[in-house]
Design a binder for this molecule. Structure first.
Ligand SMILES: Nc1ncnc2c1ncn2[C@@H]1O[C@H](COP(=O)(O)OP(=O)(O)OP(=O)(O)O)[C@@H](O)[C@H]1O
Length: 681
């Protein structure tokens, strides 16, 4: 029986109303229902108090110690009583809206409660109470599956319904993976895995189920990536004639030697440009690792092949910065560079466009102004996008259509762990710049509490008196209204007073692009000494004279983001300092701040960030269009992704995959997935 064609209505107890409620959760068929996995399991095992984590839901067997008290606030009640746990410790328990339980909470009674633990207040906010102390023993499953539910169908109801579906249809769950593959990786059957996800109380069975389902979905994903790549009409690029000594020619004109990582990336690029297939390469650089020079080398190599390059940046100030650097590095090599942004005068724009069309210009740097219709290249051979995730898909492909399948180079300052990069970018090649240019001074990072603000300001003042500049970052205005964070405007007002005699300017996201660029320019040109800002300064700004960075409420930012921010200092010859002003938080918050203090390696920080916060909260994760998996976790299960990738490659190259009935189910599954869900530009 094909469960994808069996409506949930076929299950006992599901009428039109229940059907509507299930539809709202995306559940239409029995197949959907069976694959609607719990998002977590509640651990109902009674644990000793010492093992409780702040904020965790705990189940505890305790002795009522003292009299229960009810307080009222309007119609709302709060019931509190002391409980003795592990025969010694006293904790407080509160119930909201359940004052009627008071009579049952007699002094000395043994109860079992489940609730959220607040370590600081030593308080459990109770959500479930059991007065039958033996219940715990009778319960078969210490792990209760919790489902994303709605008002109309709760988690418990879903659980019951799924159990019913397993009872009636469980035997019809099909197997997609060929047997030899299951044997090779010792995977349990799809059916056993699905059932275990919903019903198992055993840690090991659950682990095996997760492993099997993760492998399956990663394999499908990888097969798809490869499949569509194979079947897509790949526009064949043109081979560029690039002399063997191109890199040496380029390096001979540089003001400093390239790092080994830069050289490696350049060599990889030259190889790609020479090939007749189109280049699709991502240069992933840690902050300050010198991505721009690598991009400029690509432009130079393209120039040697007598073709033009376009370099697109997300903001005017970044475009200007690239333009200056391109002029400085490429003009001595005989190249002509142009700039096109919204601020370029009409006359200059006309001249630039004319030069471009006549092939008197080799590189055009700009913002999305490059995309306008009248921008026409004589022969566009290379498109470089900086921070391409900040452009829409259509914008990116628009630039590409200005040439005949030009080679593509993408620059990204967000260090993404390798597996994530594969998942995000599919099969692009990746060059990693994990090395800083020589002569960089290390950045000293210190963590202060918010009360030590004065100390931070002292550091700022000292740098200013030495003629250096400082960045101050504070959370956004919007957030501060509801969350009582140090608003950027408050910080600005305070610092203006405390740093009287220096020019302090404010920058935030509510300003127009023009205002922002003006303020950034003033700072870059040293007309202001202190820039108080939200995270809008985050990416790419290069002001080597700035040596102090102070970040207010650092606990509010993602680690990858803090790393980006910190990377704005330490770019010159003078040693820099980064002060993290943070509220003391729970263990995770402390571990995050500690990571920042301990390491300056962006890749390490990114891994740690993912580990501590989970990929769902990883900076830019949502915007990046990373695929969401039902069971697998791209970070924790990174090794499974690698294996799935290898298997997918081998499979598609084998006849068996295309011909054998063993693979029929898998072939069908891959073909059925919607292309756009996975295939990214
Ligand atoms: N090998 C090198 N030796 C010395 N200086 C270098 C080298 N490579 C680049 N630089 C300089 O380092 C600075 C930073 O380079 P760049 O702006 O390309 O960094 P980035 O990788 O874009 O970093 P971020 O993402 O933090 O902006 C520039 O001023 C550049 O001229």
């Amino acid at each position: 029986m094909n469960l994808e064609q069996v409506s949930v209505r076929s299950l006992p107890g599901v009428g039109p109303a229940k059907e509507t409620a299930l539809t709202a959760l995306g559940i239409h068929t029995v197949d959907d229902l069976l694959h609607y996995y719990p998002f977590r399991y509640e651990d109902r095992q009674v644990k000793p108090l010492a093992a409780w984590q702040d904020g965790e839901r705990v189940t505890v067997r305790a002795l009522v110690a003292g009299e229960a008290v009810v307080r009222w606030r309007g119609p709302k009640s709060m019931l509190s009583v002391r409980l003795r746990v592990d025969n010694q410790f006293l904790v407080l328990a509160t119930w909201f809206g359940q004052h009627y339980l008071k009579t049952r909470l007699g002094d000395g009674r043994i109860i079992i409660v489940t609730g959220k633990w607040n370590a600081q207040k030593r308080l459990i906010v109770v959500s479930e109470t059991s007065f039958d102390a033996s219940e715990q023993k009778r319960s078969t499953s210490p792990f209760l599956p919790i489902y994303h539910a709605s008002k109309a169908v709760g988690s418990k109801q879903l659980h019951l319904l799924i159990n019913k579906a397993i009872e009636v249809y469980g035997a019809d769950l099909p197997e997609r993976l060929p047997y030899p593959l299951m044997q090779k990786y010792r995977l349990c059957s799809h059916r056993d895995a699905v059932i275990a996800m919903h019903q198992s109380g055993q840690k090991e069975a659950l682990r095996q189920a997760r492993r099997r389902l993760t492998f399956e979905e990663f394999l499908l994903f990888q097969l798809q990536l490869h499949w569509f790549r194979k079947h897509r009409e790949q526009p064949t690029g043109t081979a560029k004639m690039i002399p063997a000594n191109a890199l040496a020619q380029f390096e001979a004109h540089l003001p400093a030697v390239m790092t080994a990582a830069q050289q490696r990336a350049c060599q990889q690029i030259a190889e790609n440009l020479r090939a007749s297939t189109m280049m699709a390469r991502l240069v992933q650089g840690d902050v300050g690792s010198g991505k721009t020079w690598v991009a400029l080398f690509a432009c130079f190599a393209t120039y040697l092949a007598k073709e033009q390059s376009a370099l697109m940046a997300p903001t005017e100030i970044l475009a200007e910065q690239h333009y200056r650097e391109a002029k400085r590095i490429l003009e001595p090599l005989g190249m002509q560079i142009g700039l096109l942004t919204g601020s370029v005068s009409a006359k200059l724009r006309q001249q630039t466009l004319a030069a471009l069309a006549a092939h008197e210009m080799d590189v055009l740097v700009g913002t999305h102004a490059l995309l306008t219709d009248d921008v026409a290249f004589a022969k566009l051979g290379l498109v470089v996008t900086d921070e391409q995730h900040r452009f829409g898909v259509s914008q990116r492909s628009l630039l590409r259509t200005k040439g005949e399948s030009p080679d593509i180079l993408m620059l990204s300052a967000t260090p993404i762990p390798r597996t994530l990069a594969l998942a995000v970018y599919g099969d692009v090649d990746v060059s990693v710049l994990n090395e800083l240019p020589r002569g960089r001074q290390p950045i000293t990072t210190v963590a202060y509490s918010l009360r030590q603000e004065e100390e931070a300001i002292r550091l700022v003042r000292r740098a200013l008196t030495h003629g250096q500049q400082a960045f101050i970052v504070a959370p956004t205005i919007e957030e501060s209204e509801t969350m009582e964070l140090a608003a950027v405007t408050d910080v600005y007002e305070r610092l203006k007073d405390k740093l009287a005699g220096f020019t302090v300017q404010l920058l935030h996201g509510r300003m127009s692009a023009r205002e922002k660029d003006d303020i950034m320019r003033a700072f870059r040109d040293r007309q202001s000494q202190v820039l108080v800002s939200t995270t809008v300064i985050e990416v790419g700004i290069d002001v080597p004279n700035a040596t102090v960075m102070v970040i207010y409420n650092a606990e509010r930012f993602g680690l990858a983001q803090l790393h980006q921010l910190r990377g704005r200092v330490g770019r010159g010859a003078v040693a820099s300092t980064c002060v993290l002003l943070a509220e003391a938080g729970n263990d995770t918050a402390k571990a995050r701040i500690q990571t920042m203090v301990q390491t300056q390696d962006g890749f390490e920080i990114a891994e740690k960030d993912l580990e501590l916060r989970g990929p769902g909260e990883f900076l830019g994760f949502r915007q990046s269009g990373l695929p969401q998996f039902a069971v697998g976790d791209i970070v924790q299960d990174a090794n499974v992704m690698t294996v799935a990738r290898e298997e997918a490659t081998a499979m598609l190259a084998s006849d068996a995959f295309w011909l054998s009935p063993n693979y029929a189910a898998l072939r069908q599954a891959v073909a059925k997935l919607p292309e756009q869900a996975f295939y990214r530009d």
